[in-house]
Write a protein that binds this ligand. Structure first.
Ligand code: ZN
Length: 136
């Protein structure tokens, strides 16, 4: 597979306001926009860093994956996943399957900004939730 760059770092937060205080006010990153991905029960907020982004993740539902992550983390937010931009996600998934890598998504789904995304299982990555993403 061809990895082009780190696309974004996904960071879970309890509220966007809380996240903005550090990533915006302290680190000086500029909030470029927000988008709700209903299927994943999450609102994302993008702070570009060069060609990459810090992506804050706020749960829209108490039973969403980000809400569950925060619950497991003792009620606190924290680093949740790293996303790599790939040239061709179907090719990348085929290669990962061939290598016997356990996947959360066998086929790509549509994430924020119309990207095709898929998650690898943390059991196959040494405990890091890894996303691959292809920009439209
Ligand atoms: Zn992501």
């Amino acid at each position: 597979m061809k990895i082009l760059q780190i696309d974004h770092l996904g960071i879970a937060v309890n509220t966007l306001e809380e996240g903005k205080k550090f990533w915006g006010d302290v680190m000086g990153l500029k909030l470029e926009g927000t988008e709700t991905v209903q299927e994943q029960k999450v609102t994302t907020a993008f702070f570009p860093v060069g060609e990459s982004e810090v992506e804050l993740l706020v749960s829209t539902e108490p039973d969403g994956p980000i809400a569950k992550f925060i619950e497991r983390n003792g009620g606190k937010g924290g680093f949740q996943h790293v996303a790599f931009r790939v040239e061709n996600i179907e090719e990348a998934l085929a290669e990962l399957k061939e290598k016997g890598v356990k996947l959360i998504d066998e086929t790509p789904r549509i994430g924020a900004a119309g990207c095709k995304i898929a998650f690898l299982h943390p059991k196959a990555t040494g405990g890091v939730l890894v996303e691959i993403s292809e920009r439209p």
